[in-house]
Design a protein around this ligand. Sequence first.
Ligand SMILES: *Cc1c(COP(=O)(O)O)cnc(C)c1O
Length: 419
Amino acid sequence: MTNAELFDRAKAVLPGGVNSPVRAFLSVGGTPYFVERASGSKVWDSEGNEYLDFVQSYGASILGHADPVAVAAVQQAALEGTTFGAPTRKEVELAELVCSWVPGLEMVRMTSSGTEAAMSAIRLARGATGRDKVVKFAGCYHGHTDSLLAAGGSGVANQGLVGSVGVPEAAVADTVVVPYNVVPTLDEDTAVLAIEPVAANMGVVQPEPGFLEACRAECDRVGALLLFDEVITGFRLGRGGATSWSGVQPDVWAFGKVIGGGLPVGMFGGSREVMGHVAPLGPVYQGGTLSGNPLATAAGLAVLGQLDDDRYEELTATATTLATGLRNAMESAGVAVQVPQVGPLVGIFFTDEAVRNYDDAKAAADTGIYPRFFHGMLERGIALAPGAYEAIFPSLSHSAEDIARAVDAAAEVGATLAE
Ligand SMILES: *Cc1c(COP(=O)(O)O)cnc(C)c1O
């Protein structure tokens, strides 16, 4: 069956033919490829086309697709039962592992998605402080919770919506949106300052030196909690995520993506004291039928268990080769480009101005070059995210040949962009 036929069928029964808006290709145009199967750095679509995949489920698959150890762990877990409504050993093991890796993290609660993790972290911060106000940065995405969707970057940005229809004014009445890389002045009504410590949902935007430290100090000044949304940076920048990378410790964390080893998982956490507010220890209610799911914890343990400092160095080296190659390819072609890189995280903006915040990212996206770059790469068998606000995700399965192929393709595409 062709991608176009599947897309027609999908559109009859799924809004836009998809289960998450960015997948519909609206911002780049054309027909999405429907994935039939994947392995390592590659995916194959319903027509049998092969793509070198830099989407990797928006970073959820850090080892690449269908890692054999993770697959075996999930198969074994499935044989033993997929959900119980009772605690399991693997939840304890995953929580212990994560708490041993992230400095300052002492207790966690598992959820089934990053959205739930961020949503619950906000509730916890409000419950722990007895305050309502949430301050977030424009272009940072924290999932599709009502109160966090304002100026949300990522898919929200691709749709050209500020937040969403269906979110009542009241839900965002206590949300304040401020520009990234400018330290906000908080007041004593502020429960929490939420941030992606390295922003990766408006393209990749680095925190400037001292910015995270100053956010920490400002939270301390008014008694607000600092929330690191590490759904992308967690277990990608390194074992200790952006917390180790920056040396700045938040009060609450949200995790997702990598931590589930490719299965639906999220997690929020904090110090023992902060997490003491979470039910049943405290009055902040949070729960989930499938939370701490045995398949997801098995996959998470199997993936995280293969990550050590050497693997992160390897992934960073791959990312550096890719970023350097993309930059050189565009510059040789005379195409204005910024290729920000933070360890294993890579982004691309078609502009000659440095990108510091969401307005800069939008200006770069508005040049309209990304969709042409995207389709040029896709025609050459290289799959990037179908939106200008997403990061590029090399995995540990991407070989030197894979990266060289992607860079060669970018050089060819660059030549067509300059025309
Ligand atoms: C992806 C993402 C989320 C939401 O996670 P889902 O699993 O898609 O619900 C939240 N925060 C950040 C930083 C993300 O990148």
